[in-house]
Write a protein that binds this ligand. Structure first.
Ligand code: PEP
Length: 263
């Protein structure tokens, strides 16, 4: 179902009316985690100023340490839905557990399956039946075949509105958190008809590399880029070191504004 075979053209999907696919370029931006209503609203305004047409933000956070901020849960979903109404950007947010798919579907325009859950088959089947588009992030050590098969679990339940997100894979280099696999963009676009985007924020784990990696993704033909932004990264409860603000965000906006000429 997700293979490029039997599909003459690559697919464009719509998230709350916003297209993601081969004939357009989509910037998704927002805070790593929803912390407060004010922080989410400010982040959404930053995202919009930078040219984003979709807002990201985590209400359920998959953290390495159980002592780290885990997200606001349903309260975070409510904040996201309120901010969507104010700024007019459809929202993408992660769901970590099949039991939460219903409530996340009620609030979100697109459900995200994160890297750590790429092969949580029960969750894949649940989002496959949810009736909303799904962003499927690549597993930390997943091959292209494993990633495609994970997407196939979603498609098999009747949901073909899937976007694949390359977010970096485990490497031997400790200076960066993960290694953005730029080859994944053209490879997955060849193997599948689904849109492919990159998340340079979660790949790099550090702000200074986010725009260069976004440019690399764009040059490789990504259908979109997803980045973290935060109005006060030094006080962020989650991944502040990778959040864009100020000049770095303006630089990203400039890079993105040149894309229509390339399409
Ligand atoms: C995220 O996008 O908030 C996230 C946690 O990403 P990943 O699953 O790629 O680590």
């Amino acid at each position: 179902l997700v293979s490029a075979q039997n599909h003459a053209k690559r697919t464009t999907i719509r998230v709350g009316g916003v297209p993601i696919g081969p004939d357009t370029f989509t910037l998704i931006a927002g805070p790593c985690a929803v912390e407060t209503a004010e922080q989410t609203l400010e982040s959404a305004r930053m995202a919009k100023r930078a040219g984003a047409t979709l807002l990201r933000g985590g209400a359920y956070k998959p953290r390495t340490s159980p002592y780290a901020f885990q997200g606001l849960g349903v309260e975070g979903l409510r904040i996201l839905a309120e901010v969507r109404d104010v700024v007019g950007l459809p929202i993408v947010t992660e769901v970590m557990d099949a039991a939460d798919v219903e409530v996340v579907t009620e609030h979100a325009d697109m459900l995200q399956v994160g890297t750590r859950n790429m092969q949580n088959f029960g969750l894949l089947q649940a989002v496959g039946a949810c009736g909303k588009p799904v962003m499927l992030k690549r597993g930390l050590t997943a091959t292209y075949e494993e990633w495609l098969m994970a997407a196939e679990y979603i498609a098999q339940r009747g949901n073909l509105d899937i976007v694949l997100c390359e977010r970096g894979v485990r490497s031997f280099e400790p200076a960066i958190r993960n290694l953005l696999d730029v080859s994944a963009v053209p490879m997955m676009q060849r193997l599948s008809h689904l849109p492919v985007i990159v998340d340079p924020s979660h790949a790099a784990g550090r702000r200074d590399l986010v725009v260069p990696l976004a440019r690399a993704g764009i040059a490789a033909g990504a259908d979109g880029v997803m980045v973290d932004v935060h109005p006060h990264p030094e006080a962020a409860l989650c991944d502040g070191a990778q959040a864009l603000f100020g000049d770095a965000l303006d630089e990203l906006a400039r890079a993105v504004s040149t894309i229509p000429a390339l399409l």
